[in-house]
Design a protein around this ligand. Structure first.
Ligand code: SF4
Length: 348
């Protein structure tokens, strides 16, 4: 992070804090206490770190900042209580996060980049010009800000907001380490889902590094040409290779995989598409209870020509997958009235 002489403390991995703070914090247990104030108690002011000496607090205050966003706009859905946060970054960019309320439990959907280089044709985040990766601290700040705002811990984290998480891999995995650490944010790894349009080497790295988080593949099509039409920068990745990578992820992590499939009227919502998807999944040997297809009926915006699928097509698609033994779920849109639903982030 630039534009301030002080260092954004959330950008520093906690194991590195021990050496960085050494000049004015001699004992390691004191650093552990500081980490607790930051990530467990989520306190926003160094002055309130009450078991830390005044001198150390003074040093912390003159060297570091605890938060970086310069402004926040909060919008709450009257339909379902979903909250959308628009954060203004230190360099005057806007990013988005959403707090979803599912049976009283809070899950946050967060951004990993400013804009998105993948440019999916149905997604407002992809319309926003890609500018930069978010830092480790900025990604964590989205979650910490929301927890402070709603005054409760979040139970789950979805890396499904603005940006392609796998293109910001180093910061993504640094954040995951803090999320799952018992001494830091202590969120169950099974409650963390990383989505990707399909950067195969990084998906494999995520599997190999054994964080045990869930993975969601944004598939959205059943043949390569069709997929290229809606995901322009898809690195020419083949659907078969993507589904085989899902099998690799499952085998390595014993975690769950979701196939995300946005239904666009008369484009990819036909019976033939459903049958083809079932065939592809069978061929890649990923029809099993640990793999679920999430059908996402497209949310229309004024920015694109695609239309929402008819209810009859949605149900028909689901029925065909089910008859083929595939676990399938229709994702209810959340926060439609505030532009917080899937593909709407970026709408201002
Ligand atoms: S759907 Fe995801 S990958 Fe595609 S443009 Fe939107 S944020 Fe980027």
């Amino acid at each position: 992070m630039a534009k301030t002489k002080k260092t954004f403390i959330l950008d520093i991995e906690t194991d590195k804090l021990y050496s960085i703070l050494k000049p004015f914090v001699k004992e390691n247990y004191r650093v552990s206490q500081i980490i607790q104030w930051i990530y467990v108690k989520k306190i926003l002011d160094f002055k309130l770190f009450s078991n830390i000496s005044k001198d150390i607090r003074g040093n912390l205050e003159s060297s570091f900042i605890l938060r970086s966003f310069t402004d926040v706009i909060k919008e709450e859905s009257i339909l379902d209580g979903t909250i959308k946060y628009t954060f203004k970054t230190y360099d005057n960019k806007y990013i988005y996060a959403v707090c979803l309320n599912t049976e009283g439990k809070k899950t946050v959907c967060i951004s990993t980049q400013v804009g998105c280089p993948i440019s999916c044709k149905f997604c407002l985040s992809g319309k926003a010009k890609f500018m930069r990766n978010l830092s480790r601290g900025e990604i964590l700040e989205e979650i910490l800000y929301i927890e402070n705002d709603i005054k409760e811990r979040v139970c789950g984290v979805l890396f499904m907001g603005m940006g392609e998480p796998m293109l910001n891999y180093k910061n993504l995995t640094s954040v995951i380490k803090t999320l799952i650490s018992k001494n830091e944010m202590n969120i169950g790894k099974r409650h963390i889902t990383v989505s990707s349009m399909g950067i195969i080497p990084q998906i494999k790295n995520l599997a190999n590094e054994m964080y045990g988080v869930r993975f969601a593949l944004s598939l959205h099509a059943t043949d390569d040409k069709q997929r290229k039409k809606i995901i322009s920068n898809n690195f020419d990745t083949k659907i078969t290779d993507l589904l085989n990578t899902c099998r690799y992820y499952l085998k390595k992590t014993k975690s769950r995989v979701t196939i995300e499939y946005i239904l666009l009227k008369d484009f990819n919502d036909t019976s033939s598409d459903a049958h083809r998807l079932a065939r592809l999944m069978k061929a890649s040997n990923i029809v099993n209870p640990n793999v679920q297809v999430n059908l996402i009926p497209y949310n229309e915006t004024n920015s694109f020509d695609y239309k929402s699928p008819l209810q009859v097509s949605i149900l028909n698609f689901k029925k065909i997958l089910k008859l083929n033994g595939i676990t399938v779920n229709i994702r209810e849109p959340k926060g439609l009235d505030i532009g917080a639903a899937c593909g709407q982030l970026g709408q201002k």
